[in-house]
Design a protein around this ligand. Structure first.
Ligand code: 4G3
Length: 248
């Protein structure tokens, strides 16, 4: 996959090239991650990339010209051009999987109060938001999208921690996890996890995942329900727990 990121603050993105799962994906050449600065394309004598908003008001607006000339150098061809913006479509695991199937991503990070709408109208194919909050720039949102997308690519995660086991990959929250010691500050590990009974462990994990989703994210279960519903098996696992008193 090739990913081009257009940003006035390349340093916010370049860390991804060296660090963690994304860094390994870059080193293993599973992704070609390129970062472009519109300031390098400004035709203004002082390399300006922003100006005051027409109609007045606070802050600055990113000008169309530096962005358009950067995009021309990026040459997206048939690739979709994506703007990170609080006004965008909500980013979720499903969109991450869909984007991971593309061979190119072109991500534009806005700063200041926004981007001249004429550039957006002409060049942006989709706007994506990582959540209902405002950031000082789109860079952190782009980093979130890149991480979530890259961990879906074949070979990026080890086999053992494959993306198929991630929370949300089956539409519900993840189950709790435990490791040594068996007792920690008086708290034991749930005995079923020590039983060696793989089917019982799988049942318990599914039950815990459903319970966590029921308690903390009932919206997730109604989505699962819309996609064909909780199975009879899932209901059977969840039902007895719903009688018990609510804990954290
Ligand atoms: C306004 C994305 C602000 C317009 C970007 C970009 C939050 C998100 C910005 C624009 C952002 C998000 C930069 N803030 N929720 N700020 O994904 O195009």
């Amino acid at each position: 996959m090739r990913i081009d990121v257009i940003t006035l603050f390349p340093e916010w993105v370049t860390g991804l090239r060296e660090l963690g799962v994304t860094g390994r994906a870059v080193r293993d050449e599973r992704v070609d991650l390129r970062v472009w600065n519109p300031r390098d394309f400004s035709t203004d004598a002082h390399q300006r990339v922003d100006d005051r908003p027409y109609g007045g008001g606070p802050g600055m607006v990113m000008q169309a010209q530096p962005l358009a000339d950067t995009l021309a150098a990026v040459a997206p061809g048939a690739a979709a051009v994506t703007l990170l913006s609080p006004q965008g479509q909500r980013f979720d695991q499903q969109l991450a999987t869909e984007m991971a199937a593309r061979d190119r991503l072109v991500l534009i990070c806005g700063r200041y109060e926004g981007i001249d709408q004429r550039f957006v109208d002409k060049h942006v194919d989709e706007s994506v938001s990582i959540g209902d909050f405002v950031l000082s720039g789109g860079e952190l949102a782009a980093a979130v999208v890149i991480d979530a997308v890259l961990r879906q690519l074949p070979g990026v995660l080890g086999h053992a921690d494959s993306a198929a086991q991630d929370s949300f990959s089956d539409g519900v929250l993840d189950c709790p996890h435990y490791t040594r010691p068996e007792q920690w500050q008086g708290q034991p590990v749930p005995p079923v996890l020590l039983s060696g009974d793989h089917a019982a462990v799988a049942r318990w994990r599914r039950q815990q995942a459903l319970l966590a989703s029921w308690r903390h994210r009932p919206d997730l279960l109604s989505c699962v329900q819309q996609q064909g519903g909780l199975s009879q098996q899932d209901y059977t696992l969840l039902q007895p727990l719903l009688q018990q008193p609510k804990q954290n």
